[in-house]
Every structure is written in C-alpha cells, then in structure tokens.
Design a protein around this ligand. Structure first.
Ligand SMILES: C[S@@+](CC[C@H](N)C(=O)[O-])C[C@H]1O[C@@H](n2cnc3c(N)ncnc32)[C@H](O)[C@@H]1O
Length: 492
C-alpha cells in the first residue's frame, strides 16, 4: 500500500484517470477462466474510456469506478480472483484519538462498499503509524477538500485533522462488487443483464432469457455468493401451464435440494418446490381472504395447494376442508397441517375440484347452512376456476331451501380485458347461469404479465344456483371432464 503525499488540485479527475492507468491485475484471467470469444468494445483505449468517464453523469461514473477488469467479459466459469484490481481512492489521515468523532461527522462522504473497511492503518513508507489512521472516502463524493460541506469542514478543523487528501490504493475484489456489477462485467456488452429472482426458502428461482444461457451456471453461482441464505439456484424451463401449476426447473448452481421451508404470515410450510405450486407473491392475498374468516366458520378450499389459505384459516379458528388434485401437493398439505398443529381442524382431500364440490362439499353444506355458520369457498386456480363454478348449479337441489347466510365464494381468474372487473363478473355469471351484476365485488390481486391481471371475484353463492333443479347433479361421476386449460403465457 503506497501513500502519496502530494495534494492534487484537480484530484477527482486525476484520481479517475488513475483508476484506469494504475489498475493492477493480480491474476491473468486468460490463464484461469474459461472464456467465450466476444467481439466487444470493452478493450477500448484508456483515452477513450477516460473521455467517456469525464463526460458521464454521476451514476455512469459510479458504474465505471467499480467496474471489474475488462478481461472478465465472456467468462462462463466463475473465477473470483480475476475480479481483483487496485483502484485509487481519496482518504484522510486522522489522529486515532478523534477517530470515532470524525467518522461520525463524515458519514456522508465515507466509502460504503460491501466488505471495504471505512478506516485502515496508516502506513508511512510501509511503517505503521500507530497514532494515525486513514479514513477512506467515497471518490464519487470527494474530489478535493472543497467537496466537504460546511459542517464537515468545521468538524475537520475542530478535531485538528490535517487538511490534506491522501491517495489510497484500494484492492477491490469480487466480494466487494454487487451482483449487477459482476454480471454487467461478464455478460456481452449491450445485452440486458438479469439478477432478478424469486426466493422460496433456500431456493432462488430465475427466469433466464436465451442470451443468458451460456452464462447460466456463473449467474447462479454469483446469486449464491451474494445472497446469504440462498444455497440453490434454479431456472424455470417452462411456463406454468400444466395441471398442477408447478414449474419444470433446471439447477444452475448449488445443492440439488428442492424441499423448501418457508414462513408466510406466521405459518410454516414445507414442500418440494419442483413438484407443487408455491408463489411468494400471494402472501398478501392469502392474508386478505383469511382475515375475513372468523372463529367457528368453515372454509372449503377447492384448489388448496400446500395450504396457504387452509392452514392460517384453521389457525384462526375455522374448520377446513382442503382439496388438491396433485398427489404431491396433497401430501405436503397433510404434512403442513401437522407441522402447524391444526390436524384437528383440517380434513384433506385429493380429488378433482368438481368431485370435491359434488362430494364432500355437497355433503357438508346443508348442515352448515342450517347451523347458520359462516362458510367461505376459496377457488384459487386462476386459469380455470371460473369454469368450475358451474359445479354449484343445483348442488343442493331437492334440499329444503333456507334463508340463512349463503356461502361466500372467492373465485380467482386471469383477465386480459380492458375492464377486468366487468370481465370477471360476466364470466362468473355465465358459469353460474345467473347474473352477478350488483351482487359481487371484484378485487385486483396482481399483474402477472403485460395486459394480464389476476383478479378475485367475491360473491354470496346465489340461492337460485344452489337449489336450482335445472342442471341438477347426482354425483361427481356425472360431471364432464374439466376443460383443458389454455394459458401459454401464464405466469401463475
Ligand atoms: C394456483 S395453485 C393455488 C394453490 C394455493 N391455493 C395457493 O394459493 O398457493 C392451484 C392448485 O390447484 C391444483 N389443481 C389444478 N387442477 C385441479 C383440479 N382440477 N382440481 C383440484 N385441484 C387442482 C394444483 O395442483 C394447484 O395446487
């Protein structure tokens, strides 16, 4: 580490130039890494880089300052050492006795990077000076003494800090770079980089594009390195358009353990993420519906997945009948019921949604209505649930009609319509065979794709549907097979 005693009048510009001229590569990446040949403009001359930097706005300058060595571009097998370089940043010599006070006063201007110390030992010609320390400054905020504001200048004066900026040779390593900085340096210039992922327990799942594929394992490894708690990175290899709504996925990096453990709204869930549906973006929606459930109510969850409506509803004091067609979901649903200690309140089923409505729901409903219990029917299979509403037609035909409160249905659907609220109301009405106009509310859940929203239509199940003799059904076997879903671009 060398310290230069000179004070530059145009420190910042000189310092920025030094970043490029004094970069000392500690390892030859060409010897170590595995590369893809790229015709990139990253091997520009120092002069043109500097010109670009001198004219850059603040954020661009920042990107340049912390840019990894150009040799890493095209790397497909991660060589962390290849990112090591030395950059020159400003610093202040501060007497040890006032160090804490000075650091506090200079909070705005001190260097802030993961893994980079704010204070280092001061060395004069390699000999440590015990009574002095170097406070490292952010080169993007400090280019000369005049960069300090009035309060900072006053603090430096009152603590008798030598009014002199020192150059400090900072070794910048892979661990000091952010994910985007690493990927920006590696992926072909001008191409969109991605560091976005959804987190499900220890699993990060990504949605890589074709141009990312040569770098997929490196991207996965960087995500693991930079995100504590992530030990497995997967890429979705299909749209979620199969019956069970789970992704096919490919391991990019880390351990091949797909059994995730997550917490949502205070409940615990465990499941094999590669074989069941789970979406961390639905936690607010799960909570919104469960908040409507009161102690003593009954919840009938037609497409229950691994239990994110059913389990919190049971914990809130409801009795629950939860169903899912996917045997794997059903298995994890049973497991989650146990680990959340709600087995006494939840009965699980592994049936098609129609069979569930025509079987267990049909069986329970008359007594529940007679008991004037609050009943909630949850139908979260947005690509298809609306089409299942016809299974309520004539469900209680022949039973004595009652004037008690009717079950509340929460039915989810996707809409690409300009007026998604009306679209949902109309489609639900059509499936039920009665108009819901003025008898339902429609809630926007989330946007799943450009021009595609997930919605929830909520309504009291009309008496004329439940007790209608038209369309009367006698049992699950009388039902048509569920229609094939068409949801090519469906993200959910
Ligand atoms: C979108 S997921 C919702 C799961 C859960 N309710 C949630 O909010 O996370 C839909 C679930 O419906 C199940 N499913 C798909 N088709 C079904 C059918 N015909 N009958 C019953 N369940 C079905 C899938 O296995 C999946 O678990």
């Amino acid at each position: 580490m060398t310290r230069f005693r000179h004070v530059c009048s145009n420190w910042r510009m000189l310092s920025l130039l030094q970043i490029f001229t004094s970069v000392q590569r500690h390892h030859s990446v060409h010897r170590r890494g595995l590369f893809i040949a790229l015709h990139s403009s990253s091997h520009r001359s120092i002069g043109s880089n500097f010109m670009q930097m001198a004219q850059s706005p603040h954020h661009e300058t920042k990107a340049l300052l912390y840019r990894a060595p150009p040799e890493v571009r095209g790397m497909v097998s991660l060589d962390r050492d290849a990112f090591t370089q030395t950059i020159v940043i400003p610093s202040l010599r501060v007497p040890k006795g006032v160090l804490n006070k000075v650091v506090k006063s200079l909070k705005r201007t001190i260097v802030q990077r993961p893994g980079i110390p704010r204070v280092v030992q001061d060395k004069e010609d390699g000999i440590e000076e015990d009574d002095m320390r170097l406070v490292l400054l952010d080169p993007l905020r400090v280019s000369s003494l005049s960069s300090f504001n009035e309060a900072e200048t006053e603090a430096l004066r009152s603590f008798a800090v030598p009014q002199e900026l020192q150059d400090y040779n900072l070794q910048l390593k892979y661990c000091n770079l952010k994910t985007e900085e690493v990927l920006e340096a590696v992926l072909p210039e001008g191409q969109e980089i991605t560091s976005a992922f959804s987190r499900v327990g220890h699993i990060a799942h990504m949605n890589l594009r074709d141009h990312h594929m040569p770098f997929k394992n490196l991207i996965g490894q960087v995500i693991i390195d930079k995100n504590p708690g992530v030990s497995c990175v997967v890429n979705k290899t299909n749209m979620i358009d199969n019956t069970y709504r789970n992704f096919k996925m490919e391991l990019l990096a880390g351990e091949e353990n797909m059994v995730a453990k997550v917490k949502e709204n205070g409940s615990s869930y465990e499941f094999d993420f590669s074989r069941v549906y789970w979406n961390p973006r639905l936690s607010t929606e799960h909570m919104r519906v469960v908040q409507e459930v009161k102690r003593g109510d009954t919840v009938l969850d037609v497409f229950a997945g691994v239990g994110p409506f059913a389990i919190p509803a049971a914990r809130a004091g409801a009795t629950v009948l939860a169903n899912d067609l996917n045997p794997e979901s059903h298995r994890w649903l049973q497991h989650n019921v146990k680990i959340n200690k709600v087995a006494a309140a939840v009965r699980t089923f592994n049936l098609d949604g129609r069979a569930f409505v025509r079987g267990p729901v049909r069986q329970e409903l008359p007594a529940l209505l007679r008991a004037k219990a609050g009943v909630h029917i949850v139908m979260n299979l947005p690509a298809l649930a609306v089409e299942f509403l016809d299974s309520f037609r004539g469900l209680l035909a022949g039973e004595p009609s009652c004037d008690a409160a009717l079950p509340t249905v929460y039915c989810y659907g996707f809409s690409k319509d300009e007026d998604p609220e009306r679209d949902m109301m109309l489609r639900a009405s059509q499936s039920l065979g009665v108009s819901l106009d003025g008898r339902c509310s429609v809630h926007f859940v989330r946007n799943v794709a450009p021009n595609k929203d997930m919605m929830c239509v909520r309504f009291p199940l009309p008496k004329e549907v439940l007790f209608s003799s038209e369309g009367e059904q006698t049992g699950p076997e009388a039902e048509p097979a569920p229609k094939r879903q068409k949801c090519g671009e469906t993200a959910d």
